[in-house]
Design a protein around this ligand. Structure first.
Ligand code: TXA
Ligand code: MG
Length: 346
């Protein structure tokens, strides 16, 4: 696996690899994506293989803008309004697939809908422009693992499974996009993400329903929404949530000014001393990796996470933490192979 920076020749090389059916990890403002030509069945199949991801879990197609997306999916007036308000940016729209859509059916996992997003990172935009086609890209991690927010995370997780990694620095948002399903004039939040619910609701002018995991769990073989399995974004260490005072034998993942007890904690990692949810979101995945490594090297009992308010980006932070803390299925040892044999998450 090779890693290159933001030069013109690196972008050209990335585009050439993608056009010939290869895989390139690209930075976006949310997390790094593992990209392939979204219209090329064989290329998209390589994504599933590299991630160890079940092929019934659909991928997001990354586009330059709404115009490119209109060739793939059908926009209702509400969908147009959301794209106009938030693209390029951390919002994914799930919309009806156009009958003439060139997207690979592997990208959409045979569904009648497709997920589309225009990323804001200039390097992602440059690659899409150079290829001139939509790029299917899940987060560039092995299925079920913590999403990567640096090029080094990608290299560590995927290694030689990816042809090239473009290094665009640390992701500024650090959480995956919010996913909204739009059906005519109705919108549903499928995954809280790097765009706060309140910002989306302000544009819609109505509260946004959230599809709950429980409801989806009944329909696991054919997900209509992401977030099916509770266990996801999994570090190896055990997580305890909403912990006011971490034990000395744990890593303390802190949010806000530390209490006197935590001041002296030997293994404290701060998400945001100022109690800033944006800062905490941007640091979350790197902090989880750091905490995990500390647990292993110091043989600690687990990670204790401070309470995090559920407002703004806190909804997505708590969603990821809850998944990380959930009992493990699938890729972890001792999986029930008939049922949740692999985490269908990304
Ligand atoms: O920020 C992000 O969204 C990152 C960057 C790379 O863009 N991508 C990302 O992709 O998080 P991934 O594959 O890790 O998560 C995409 C989620 C999956 O849970 C998948 O089930 C859901 O989107 N999804 C994709 N197409 C869908 C569809 N047609 N209907 C419902 N859910 C869909
Ligand atoms: Mg993912």
């Amino acid at each position: 696996m090779r890693c290159r920076g933001q030069t013109k020749s690196a972008i050209e090389e990335a585009a050439a690899i993608l056009r010939s059916g290869g895989l390139v990890a690209i930075p976006t403002e949310t997390v790094y994506g593992l990209a392939a030509d979204a219209c090329d069945d064989a290329a998209v199949a390589k994504i599933f293989e590299a991630k160890g991801r079940p092929s019934f879990n659909p991928l997001i197609s990354h586009v330059a803008d709404a115009e490119m997306a209109r060739g793939l999916v059908v926009f209702s007036p509400l969908a147009e309004k959301l794209a106009a308000a938030f693209w390029p940016g951390p919002l994914t729209l799930v919309l009806p697939r156009r009958t003439t859509s060139p997207l690979s059916h592997l990208t959409t996992a045979g569904l009648e809908t497709a997920a589309v997003r225009a990323p804001a990172h200039p390097l992602a935009q440059a690659v899409i422009a150079a290829v001139g086609r939509p790029l299917a890209a899940p987060s560039a991690n092995r299925s079920g693992m913590v999403s990567p927010t640096t090029a080094a995370h990608v290299a560590g997780g995927l290694g030689d499974r990816v042809d090239l990694v473009l290094d665009g620095g640390a992701c500024v948002i650090g959480l995956e996009s919010a996913i909204v399903y739009v059906e005519g004039d109705a919108a549903t939040l499928l995954r809280p993400g790097g765009l706060a619910r309140a910002d989306i609701e302000a544009v819609i002018g109505a509260p946004l329903d959230r599809v709950q995991d429980q409801k989806n769990a009944e329909n696991q073989s054919r997900p209509s929404a992401p977030g099916m399995l509770k266990s996801h974004y999994a570090p190896a260490a055990a997580l305890r949530l909403d912990v006011e005072e971490a034990r000395k034998s744990e890593v303390a993942l802190l949010f806000g000014a530390p209490s006197p007890a935590h001041d002296a904690h030997p293994y404290a990692i701060q998400l945001s001393a100022a109690g800033d949810l944006r800062e905490a979101a941007a640091r979350l995945f790197a902090a989880m990796r750091e905490a995990d490594a500390l647990c292993a090297s110091e043989t600690l009992s687990g990670i204790a996470v401070a309470p995090i308010p559920n407002t703004g980006l806190g909804e997505a932070i708590n969603d990821r933490l809850t998944r990380a803390a959930a009992p493990r299925h699938g890729f972890a040892a001792g999986a029930d192979s008939t049922h949740k044999s692999v985490d269908p998450q990304s």
